[in-house]
Design a protein around this ligand. Structure first.
Ligand SMILES: [Zn+2]
Length: 747
């Protein structure tokens, strides 16, 4: 595909070009020569275009989505396309310098330095000379460079379209998965490059939301890649809407149906259909979207509305595909006798679950009086959605093998696991990157730490990205933008990260953008102190058990809310805890081992939260080896239970409940995060905290002798704080002035 013009140039055209160029006066000698030895930052300072198009004879070129007028035109000579040096350099984000005495051009970007001399068929790249078959030329006082050789030196591939007489330069992007790092900063949707630079983002999530892949998306993606940003691209996977570029009939045909056969809307007050994941037409549509996103070059595919039909089990789905699928499911899973005796199904071949529900006055499976049957229908929907997403992932991975690119290309898989509810946890093993919306409460009650602890346990080693759901965003006042610093720091303190919104959807149809200047001080701080967040290990002695098998089929979902409230009660009492997560021994199997439990002095089991299968066995073995298990725990009893056990929980403090304290082991040292939740919505500011004591029990292997304790905070200098060591514990006083967040590190 990458070919270079080798065709002759008409004498008339060349003459015209010289005449045009001669009228342009350019004082090239004012450009300052630069030495190649001065290496810049790896990225360079100017953004570079991912896709650059020069048309021969035209004095307009395109850089990504922008048309730029030149005061000269590209031309062909000796079968090579020549472009004015300044515009070629600008498009690639390179600094251009001209030495009139030696007639030498120097282009630099980041660590790449390229030199050419008029009349010499040689290109020097970082000091290494290479012969080329043409030389830079000086025409009418202007220097023209052979586009292909210069572009290739800066990492671009060049292609030539003879019918359009067009040279296209596309940045050659090297795919990898090295960016899957929890110390990352993500921005929602399609922010401009300068926004990403200002907040030091890793890349974008939800980059191509509604429309199918188009030229605009392609230019955007290429420009991000050319500037080293990651693109995690998505498309709605349960919303049937004309905004998707589909017709209304298609949206209606693929919609979920309720027990009465009526199309189901998506909810959230949005007048669009919930599309059925068991509908083959809808599946084919989503496969085409996956191929578009992979072919366009996305680094990761993001599945939104991950649960599919299971996101509306209060209504759907009873379409012919679901009813037939459920019959097949029952036939494969049960004998005729089991169907009759356990589930009351006489003839599975003619069985109509919707008709049965109507006959018992139930509007959905959730109100099915037969709990066993309801459970099987839920499991059928969970299982088919899991199979569907595995199929989509397989489509993506097959398609990525055909993607043109460079060695080491990779594709990550990603899904929005809303609030990490039990149904969402079913899908956690499918994905590499785990963003999740949350119904964040107002401070000081709103604390995301319990959800983050659950996520770290359910997805160990994966990148978790929290963010407020579209209802919270709709209510968020820009006067309270300092809360984004709080949310971002809270996330990093808890070992996860947080999504920054740029024209993010809000409930009710609006959008919300966090100004870069409202967050850049915090992102500067986090990026410049990134080492404090890397290589850390938890110190907690208390664990909360989370058994997905017990949580999954309970329609009232007490585990999710009960777990969260217990987590918050412990956090506010400054009792460090971790979560022990076990799968369901079925659709999302993951065993917990007794060794894992033995890290803890105490394991709490929430009320109504049964323990099933392999988790029950591990818990018994843990108890047999002397481990302590407290069952039937609620948010009201959790703190008393832990305190009453006499266990050293590893942390003592007289900090108020609205200050969170999170201690991590880091090698042989400790890092203690302090997060303020005491926010005044009337004054739009945090009430400063401080003058409280923190005592941490030194975990095994930690030694703080001879170290200095430094308190770091965004927007302020580091402060050295005295500390004392006694009886295997370290104590220090946090000075007054804790605003949003601070981190105490023993260095
Ligand atoms: Zn259906």
């Amino acid at each position: 595909m990458s070919t270079t013009p080798r065709i002759g140039v008409s004498p008339t055209f060349a003459l015209a070009l010289v005449l045009v160029s001669a009228t342009v006066v350019l004082a090239t000698s004012v450009l300052v020569p630069v030495a190649c030895a001065s290496a810049g930052s790896p990225l360079g300072s100017k953004p570079r275009a991912g896709g650059i198009v020069f048309d021969i004879g035209s004095s307009v070129y395109r850089a990504d989505r922008n048309w730029v007028t030149m005061d000269a035109a590209a031309f062909l000579s000796g079968g090579r396309a020549f472009v004015p040096m300044r515009y070629l350099g600008d498009a690639m984000g390179a600094e251009v310098a001209w030495d009139a005495r030696t007639r030498r051009v120097t282009l630099t970007r980041g660590t790449t330095c390229v030199e050419l001399t008029v009349g010499r068929p040689v290109i020097r790249v970082n000091g290494r000379e290479q012969a080329i078959d043409v030389s830079p030329v000086l025409v009418g006082g202007r220097t023209y460079l052979p586009a292909r050789f210069v572009a290739e030196a800066f990492g671009y591939g060049a292609s030539w379209d003879p019918s359009l007489r067009r040279v296209t330069l596309r940045y050659r992007y090297a795919y990898s998965r090295d960016w899957l790092d929890r110390q990352s900063i993500w921005v929602f949707a399609q922010p401009p490059l300068d926004y990403l630079a200002e907040v030091q983002a890793t890349g974008t999530l939800w980059s191509c939301y509604f429309a199918g892949w188009n030229e605009w998306d392609q230019f955007y993606l290429d420009s991000l890649h050319a500037n080293s940003y990651i693109v995690v691209s998505n498309f709605p996977t349960a919303q049937g809407t004309t905004n998707l570029g589909v017709d209304q009939d298609f949206a209606r045909r693929t919609a979920c149906l309720d027990v009465h056969g009526r199309q189901v809307d998506f909810g959230c007050g949005i007048p669009i259909y919930l599309a059925c994941h068991n509908n083959p037409e809808w599946r084919a549509f989503l496969e085409s979207r996956v191929r578009e996103n992979v072919g366009g070059g996305a680094d990761a595919i993001l599945i939104d509305e991950t649960a599919g039909n299971a996101s509306r089990l209060d209504i759907a789905c009873f379409c012919p595909y679901c009813l037939e699928g459920f019959r097949q499911y029952l036939k494969a899973r049960f004998s005729a006798a089991e169907l009759r005796n356990r589930l009351g199904i006489q003839d599975v071949f003619t069985y109509d679950y919707a008709a049965y529900l109507r006959s018992v006055g139930a509007e959905c499976a959730a109100s099915d009086p037969r709990a066993d049957l309801r459970r099987e229908f839920f499991r059928f929907q969970f299982q088919t959605r899991l199979e569907h997403l595995r199929d989509l992932e397989e489509t993506a991975r097959e398609h990525v093998r055909g993607r043109s690119g460079t060695a080491g290309e990779a594709l990550a898989w990603c899904a929005n696991l809303y609030n990490l509810t039990p149904v969402q946890q079913l899908f956690i093993d499918l994905v590499d990157l785990v963003p999740f919306e949350m119904p964040i409460e107002r401070l000081p009650e709103g604390k995301c730490v319990p959800t983050y602890a659950l996520g770290r346990a359910a997805a160990p080693g994966k990148v978790l990205v929290g963010f407020p759901d579209i209802f919270v965003l709709a209510q968020h006042s820009p006067e309270d933008n300092v809360l984004w610093s709080h949310w971002l720091c809270e996330a990093w303190a808890a070992g996860v990260t947080f999504l920054l919104p740029y024209e993010a959807f809000t409930a009710g149809g609006g959008s919300f953008t966090l100004p870069a200047e409202a967050i850049s001080e915090t992102t500067d701080f986090l990026r410049s102190h990134i080492d404090l967040y890397r290589g850390t290990e938890p110190t907690a002695r208390v664990a909360i058990l989370y058994d997905l098998g017990a949580a999954l089929y309970d329609w009232e979902d007490p585990t999710a809310t009960g777990f969260y409230r217990i987590g918050r009660a412990l956090y506010e009492a400054h009792i460090p805890y971790e979560v022990v997560w076990t799968g369901d021994d079925d659709l999302a199997p993951r065993s917990v081992t007794v060794e894992e439990l033995q890290r803890y002095g105490l394991v709490l089991v929430p009320r109504r939260h049964g323990v099933t299968g392999s988790a029950a066995a591990a818990l018994s073995a843990y108890q047999a080896r002397g481990g302590r298990v407290m069952r039937d725990v609620t948010d009201a009893t959790a703190v008393g239970t832990v305190r009453g056990s006499g266990l050293d929980v590893g942390l003592e403090t007289d900090a108020p409940p609205q200050v969170g304290v999170l201690a991590w082991k880091k090698g042989t040292s400790l890092v203690v995060h302090l997060v303020n939740y005491d926010y005044d919505y009337g004054r739009h500011s945090f009430k400063p905290q401080g003058a409280f004591n923190v005592t941490v029990t030194l975990p095994p292997g930690v030694s703080l002798e001879g170290r200095i304790l430094k308190l770091h905070r965004p927007g302020g200098p580091a402060e050295v704080v005295p500390f004392s060591l006694a009886g295997g514990k370290v104590s220090f006083v946090v000075p007054v002035g804790l605003e949003v967040y601070a981190v105490a590190a023993f260095e």
